[in-house]
Design a binder for this molecule. Sequence first.
Ligand code: DGL
Length: 263
Amino acid sequence: MNENPIGVIDSGIGGLTILAEIIKKLPDESFIYLADSKNCPYGPKTSVEIYNLSKRLIEFLIKEKVKLIVIACNTITVSCIEKLRKDFPQIPIIGTVPVVKTASKNTKNGRIGILSTKQTAESLYQKNLIKKFGKGLKILNLGTDRLVSLIENGEDKIEIRKILEKELKPFIDFKIDVLALGCSHFPFLKKEIQEILGNKVLILDSSGAIARQTKRILISENLLSEYNKSVKSFYTTGDLYRFERIARIYLNAGKSIFEKIKL
Ligand code: DGL
């Protein structure tokens, strides 16, 4: 069991930003990354749709004998992680770790921005976190469903930048000094976001925290790999060529195996 891979899922390429951090922390582990690119974006979908799609991804990974699943998607985490854990009790499932707490620790002027998909921004999950950690702080919690498809389709950065400028304007007006990225696709735009917001704004994402959490759970469940034989496989339900190109650039994943699957 210890040599079985870790499964990582997302609606698309976004979760690669999280996978990269987990690989750094756990270099001896094997991984299966599964992107539901055909159905991306999940943001505008209903919770029932998101649950049904995620369930199929998890069933696929269980057939592939993964030992643990990381949901590298905030939208899935906030809409149905509890139900997924209940329906698949045989396997540990880790969700995204919201950065609200870290953001509240790092702000100097008490003004925080959170940018995620609309589904995440409007979720009770996120609102409860803001209530819990945001006492005494001013928080602007905004959702956008315009960016994920653009990132996923490899849209021209100049076009993305124009849209980003509009989406980020409210944060500039609100004078935030920390921006928490609540969607795993957004770290792909970190450089552009930093340029628009300026160097004084700290941009946080949750990949480091998820990687630490994955290691903690593997240790506590006695599931750490004992041999240095890491194998990485990448599956997508969508356009293989596009996915592979982006995954290779992002992960420098020369020796990995890419495959298109039908779910
Ligand atoms: N990357 C995902 C997230 O973290 C989902 C984005 C989407 O498919 O809309 O929320």
